[in-house]
Design a protein around this ligand. Structure first.
Ligand code: NAD
Length: 250
């Protein structure tokens, strides 16, 4: 609940699945949010950006550079939900965050951010005897693999175990590849149907295994988290934040 006027947002990727969910969740909470505009392919953010306090981006990785530049030029806060960015695109966000507040998260749901926290704790408690595997499943439209959330889970595991995510992960397995190395994180992406997003982290050792799972059944959890992040940015110094910061889970 806010005593101030509603936060005016622009949705980039407005016609997409997440763009629609953000619009619906914002319109269901008129006291706090007003959808000033939505843009999609063929429409220009620069034509509408003056109307908003914040831009919420669920579009495509290649849009990030322009979106960050326009937010910086116009002094608008930015929430990035899009996943699958390369290093060059991420660099644009890091440098833009010197001038504006940006929240960028592979997953805006409170449940998944709790899973991130639990994944780290379990890895620390269980230690080196446990083999680490991450499984994710998403709908058949999803373009990037592994999902941004699975990648983040893999990075959390790698950090907790002193491994290098880029060189010590196995993305699926095939053929006569020999026994599983101890210092490896297995990453597995399943695609099919209308699955909104399932993630499981497995810690397996001789005699037992632990599985931590999150299953999303609607996009509203992501949309509401992104709106909450846009609101939270209002009081923050410029910088690049993620959902762990928004939820105070650091
Ligand atoms: P989608 O394909 O349904 O929607 C993407 C929309 O963006 C489409 O309408 C497309 O036309 C539009 N678009 C593409 N390029 C654009 C551009 N340059 N400018 C403006 N619009 C553009 O996809 P989706 O399922 O809504 O997912 C969108 C992104 O959000 C994906 O990267 C997905 O992985 C990510 N995602 C993140 C979270 C999270 O919590 N962070 C949750 C779900 C999905």
């Amino acid at each position: 609940m806010s005593n101030e006027s509603p936060l005016k947002i622009i949705i980039s990727g407005a016609k997409g699945r997440m763009g629609q969910a953000v619009k619906e969740c914002a319109e269901a909470d008129p006291e706090n949010f007003e959808v000033a505009a939505g843009i999609d392919v063929g429409e220009k953010l620069e034509d509408v950006i003056a109307q908003a306090d914040a831009v919420i981006d669920f579009s495509a990785p290649e849009a990030l550079h322009t979106t960050v530049r326009l937010c910086v030029e116009n002094g608008k806060r930015l929430v990035v939900g899009t996943t699958g960015h390369d290093e060059k695109q991420l660099k644009a966000a890091r440098s833009g965050a010197n001038n504006i507040g940006i929240v960028m998260a592979p997953n805006f749901s409170v449940g998944v951010n709790t899973l991130f926290w639990m994944t780290q704790k379990a890895a620390e408690i269980l230690g080196e005897d446990y083999d680490l595997e991450v499984i994710e499943m998403h709908h058949h439209h999803k373009k990037d693999a592994p999902s941004g959330t699975a990648r983040r889970l893999g990075e959390i595991l790698a950090k907790a175990r002193g491994l290098d995510y880029d060189t010590q992960t196995a993305h699926g397995r095939e053929g006569l590849i020999g026994a599983r190395p101890k210092d490896e994180i297995g990453m597995h992406s399943l695609r099919g149907g209308d699955v909104v997003g399932d993630h499981t982290v497995i810690y397996a050792t001789n005699g037992e295994r632990v599985e931590l799972s999150h299953k999303a059944s609607s996009r509203d959890a992501f949309a509401k988290g992104a709106l909450r992040a846009a609101q939270w940015l209002g009081d923050r110094p410029n910088g690049l934040y993620d959902m762990q910061d928004v939820l105070g889970l650091r």
